[in-house]
Design a protein around this ligand. Structure first.
Ligand SMILES: [Zn+2]
Length: 249
């Protein structure tokens, strides 16, 4: 079955790994903006956005993956001139991500809110990161900020959900991203979650990027899901929900 990895950082992957993903049925991937060191100025972010939106898309097409660019100011990439980067997103962005909160400082909340307001105004889908540390507490602040922005819940994927926060995210009407990686979810967790909450509101991703994490976890999860559930249901989380949210034809 063709799969959609809804959150990767393709810049961190070599063409060999991207080909391996494509050879294992991962034919669509959202490549999210993230700069691995704190940028010194807004143009660092802008050039990274330009790279994802052109060069990364081209690299994907060479190996048979449709790479869909997402651009946004990640909470760990906030620099003094972040507003310049948001202006670029306003002109050029189609998906905003990844954005979110890491420690929920006032600055992070301000940057997130600004980008959510933009997404609302332009009706762009967004990918919202939840952190590993203090997940429950910081997710509450993310949900507050989402509400404050007035954004339509259909435009929002709250990503890296776990058993602790999944119910709350679904109850507020958002899409939920299941990230299959050590320290986040394993395949058994995914099976448990969809068994309990159904297939309609989830997307799968690996968050693979600037690390040595397995880039095939979406394909592996889909295989495990196919052994247990109907093709009709599995297809939703494997590809269809992602295509719908990110408007992929
Ligand atoms: Zn990420």
């Amino acid at each position: 079955m063709e799969c959609f990895d809804t959150h990767i950082h393709s810049e961190g992957k070599g063409i060999t790994e991207l080909k391996e993903m494509s050879d294992n049925s991962i034919k669509f991937a959202v490549s999210c903006a993230y700069y691995p060191i704190k940028p010194t100025n807004g143009y660092t972010l802008i050039d990274m956005f330009r790279k994802i939106s052109s060069f990364e898309v081209e690299r994907g097409s060479k190996v048979g993956i449709k790479i869909i660019p997402a651009v946004g100011v990640h909470p760990r990439c906030i620099c003094d001139e972040w507003k310049k980067a948001v202006e670029w997103i306003e002109e050029n962005g189609k998906i905003i991500g990844e954005i979110g909160l890491e420690i929920a400082s006032d600055e992070e909340i301000k940057v997130l809110l600004e980008q959510l307001k933009l997404a609302k105004e332009l009706e762009l889908p967004c990918i919202v990161h939840t952190p590993r540390k203090n997940k429950k507490k910081i997710t509450d602040k993310i949900l507050d900020t989402l509400k404050k922005s007035g954004i339509d819940s259909e435009l929002v994927v709250v990503d890296h959900v776990n058993l602790e926060i999944v119910e709350k995210v679904l109850n507020e009407g958002y899409w939920a991203g299941l990230t299959v990686q050590p320290g986040k979810l394993n395949v058994e967790d995914v099976l448990l979650i969809v068994e309990k909450f159904g297939f309609d509101r989830f997307v799968l991703n690996s968050d693979t990027g600037f690390n040595d994490l397995d880039c095939l976890t979406v394909a592996k999860s889909v295989k495990a899901l196919e052994e247990k559930f109907s093709k009709f249901d599995v297809k939703k989380v494997a590809i269809e929900n992602g295509k719908k949210i990110f408007k992929v034809i």
